[in-house]
Design a protein around this ligand. Structure first.
Ligand code: 5GP
Length: 207
C-alpha cells in the first residue's frame, strides 16, 4: 500500500482507511510516556520512528528511538521528497517523518502512532484529515516551571538546551489549540492522564 503519491485527503480517507494517532506537546509534556502506554495497550498501533540529525542520547538506539542520520543524508532525503513532514525543531536539529516508515506500518495492517512536535502534528492532521487524531499534552501550570523541572529530571540536556526547549514551549501551547484534544498531564496525575487519553483513543477507534 502506497501513501506517497498524490496523497489527497479523499484517497487516504475513503480508499485506504489509514487511521493514525498523533501525540504532541512541548518537550517535557509527557509525549513519550503517553505514547508508550498507548502502544502497550492497543496492539493495532505501531510507533512511527522519525529521522533526526540530533545526536543519540544515553541509551537511545538507531532504528528504535530514531533513525539517527547526518545532515547530509537528511538534506538528500528532503530533496528526494522522502518526508511526509519535517521540521528544524530546535535550531540546527532536523526531525522528520518518512513516507517509507508510514508505508511500512500500514502495509503490516497496523496504524501509525506519531510522537512529534506540534507543527508536524498539525501538518499530518491536514494530510490525513478525519482519519488522524491529534492529542496535545499540556504540562499543567505554571507551564515553564513544570517543564523545566521535568527536563532537568530527565538529565539528558544541558541547561542551555533546556532553556531553548522552554523558549519554544509557550508558542507550542498556543499552536496546540488547533489539536483535536488537549489533555492536561499534571505532575503526579499520570494515571488520570492515561484514563483520559485511552477514552479518546477508544472512541476514535470506534468511529
Ligand atoms: P527530542 O530531541 O526530545 O527527541 O525531540 C525534540 C522534539 O522533536 C520533540 O517535540 C519531538 O516530539 C519532535 N519530533 C520528533 N520526531 C519528529 C518528527 O518526525 N517530526 C516533527 N515535526 N517533530 C518531531
Amino acid at each position: 500500500m502506497s501513501v506517497r503519491n498524490n496523497l489527497s485527503e479523499e484517497e487516504v480517507t475513503d480508499e485506504r482507511k489509514l487511521k493514525a494517532i498523533i501525540v504532541t506537546g512541548p518537550s517535557g509534556s509527557g509525549k513519550g510516556s503517553v505514547a508508550k502506554k498507548i502502544l502497550e495497550t492497543f496492539d493495532s498501533f505501531c510507533l512511527s520512528i522519525s529521522a533526526t540529525t540530533r545526536e543519540p542520547g544515553p541509551g537511545e538506539e538507531h532504528g528504535k528511538d530514531y533513525y539517527f542520520i547526518s545532515r547530509e543524508e537528511f538534506k538528500k532525503k528532503i530533496d528526494e521528497g522522502a518526508f511526509v513532514e519535517y521540521e528544524e525543531v530546535y535550531q540546527g536539529n532536523f526531525y522528520g517523518t518518512l513516507f517509507e516508515e508510514m508505508e511500512h506500518i500500514v502495509s503490516r495492517g497496523r496504524m501509525p502512532l506519531f510522537e512529534i512536535d506540534v507543527a508536524g502534528a498539525l501538518r499530518i492532521r491536514k494530510i490525513l484529515g478525519e482519519n488522524a487524531l491529534v492529542i496535545f499534552l499540556h504540562p499543567g501550570e505554571p507551564v515553564i516551571e513544570v517543564l523545566r523541572g521535568r527536563l532537568r529530571n530527565r538529565k539528558r540536556d544541558s541547561e542551555e538546551k533546556i532553556e531553548k526547549r522552554l523558549k519554544k514551549a509557550l508558542d507550542e501551547i498556543a499552536m496546540g489549540r488547533g489539536s483535536d484534544y488537549i489533555v492536561v498531564n499534571e505532575n503526579g496525575k499520570f494515571k488520570e492522564t492515561i484514563t483520559s487519553v485511552f477514552g479518546i483513543v477508544r472512541s476514535f477507534l470506534k468511529k
